[in-house]
Structure formats: C-alpha cells, structure tokens
Write a protein of this length. Structure first.
Length: 51
C-alpha cells in the first residue's frame, strides 16, 4: 500500500473518523493486510478480536 494511503488512514484514525474496528473489518475484507494494520495502529492485528 502506498505510504500516502497509510498516512491518510493514520490521520483518519487520529481524528476519530474511523475506528480500530473499521480497520479490522478492512483486514477481513482484504482491503488492508495485517502488516498495513500494524503500520497504521502500531499494534499487531488479532484475529480473535476482529469479529
């Protein structure tokens, strides 16, 4: 994923426009990888909490 898109996700998360659950859903939908999730949030993706 291009760095610009990752930065946009980070900003939207910081601003409260999206939530961690939104990002987890994007991983489930394969719009983001687990590595993208970690780059955006600084946290490892946990499949058990994505439901």
């Amino acid at each position: 994923m291009p760095e610009l898109l990752l930065e946009m996700y980070k900003e939207q998360l910081d601003w409260g426009w999206i939530t961690l659950n939104d990002l987890k859903q994007d991983v489930v939908s394969e719009l983001l990888t687990t590595e993208n999730y970690k780059q955006i949030t600084g946290e490892n993706y946990d499949e058990e909490t994505s439901n």
